[in-house]
Design a binder for this molecule. Structure first.
Ligand code: ASP
Length: 305
């Protein structure tokens, strides 16, 4: 019954639409666009914890004039009263809800919702599968830094296997012409985890020497029962620290989707590094989400004013 555009992963967007989102992000950053979602009712449904994504979707919706309902999973009949996803979607459609932003531990859950909902579903992270708005804000941050990504090398370091951010961002990097290195131990990056045209590199030091940007990942401990590698060994082989920062090109940048774990994937020297772009990513996240909401709800009618 799905009749409206949803965003489940980055491949739901054409190359032109990604460019339009970036242009609009830039325009929204410069000037508040006003109530482009006036009269639109939005529900945010987060079954997993979130600080950045939850807050920035709320801000984006409010800045565009939408009516926002934050539904806590424990209050849902879906969770406790045996209602199916399909019936919950029918219920929200009947109330006139136009947009649902969903985060869920199960890969594929947002796609199931989109199939049953007469409105727009935005995936705010589903299991290890996808996190398209994080990928868009990461790509936007890279473009903001380098202009074109053609010929640039981006290293994604850490628990690639369980990272929905890595899965979505790799798709985007390939489309924007970057060369992607995936860096991590076998247990977090087997040869089967190779995504798109990315190259697997086991040695972080050698990856750093080749990279224009490094995207660090948190170990997704909530997605497996037992840590498959000793913490000390992980830190020794894959932590970005002062000694390793010295291997980067002088203009290279370091990014992280957050939350970052000090003492694991990075140490405090990274947070002082001139090329540390975490705060820029978070800042861009609000405007990217405004642009995504506008594109899905209003279509291409309102390309950059
Ligand atoms: N915040 C990102 C996510 O929800 C990354 C992370 O949690 O490590 O996937």
């Amino acid at each position: 019954m799905r009749t409206r555009r949803s965003l489940i992963d980055l491949d739901d967007l054409s190359a032109d639409e990604i460019e339009a989102i970036f242009e609009e992000t830039r325009a929204f950053e410069a000037h508040a666009p006003g109530r482009l979602l006036d009269g639109v009712d939005a529900v945010n449904l987060f079954f997993e914890q979130s600080t950045r994504t939850f807050t920035s979707f709320n801000l984006a919706q409010m800045r565009l004039g939408a009516n926002v309902v934050n539904l806590s999973p424990k209050d849902l009949s879906l969770a406790t009263k045996g209602e199916t996803v399909e019936d919950t979607m029918l219920t929200l459609s009947a109330m006139g809800i136009g947009v649902i932003v969903i985060r869920h531990p199960e890969a594929g859950f947002p796609a199931r919702m989109a199939a049953a909902f007469d409105g727009h579903v935005i995936n705010a992270g589903d299991g290890s599968h996808a996190h398209p708005t994080q990928a868009l804000l990461d790509l936007f941050t890279l473009r903001d830094e380098f202009g074109s990504l053609e010929g640039r090398t981006i290293a994604i370091v850490g628990d690639v296997a369980h990272s929905r951010v890595a899965h979505s961002t790799v798709l985007g990097l390939a489309r924007l012409g970057a060369r992607t290195l995936l860096v991590g131990p076998e247990c977090f990056l087997s040869t089967e985890d190779a995504i798109a045209d990315a190259t697997i590199v086991r040695d972080l030091d050698s990856a750093l020497e080749q990279s224009d940007a490094v995207i660090l990942l948190r170990i997704q401990r909530e997605r497996f029962a037992k840590m498959p590698i000793d913490d000390r060994e992980y830190v020794e082989r894959y932590q970005l620290n002062g000694r390793r920062l010295a291997r980067l090109h002088p203009q290279a940048i370091v990014m992280h989707p957050g939350p970052y774990n000090r003492g694991m994937e990075l140490d405090d020297t990274v947070l002082e590094f001139a090329g540390w772009r975490y705060a820029r990513q978070v800042h861009h996240g609000v405007y990217i989400r405004m642009a995504v909401l506008d594109l899905l709800v209003n279509g291409t009618r309102a390309r950059v004013r």
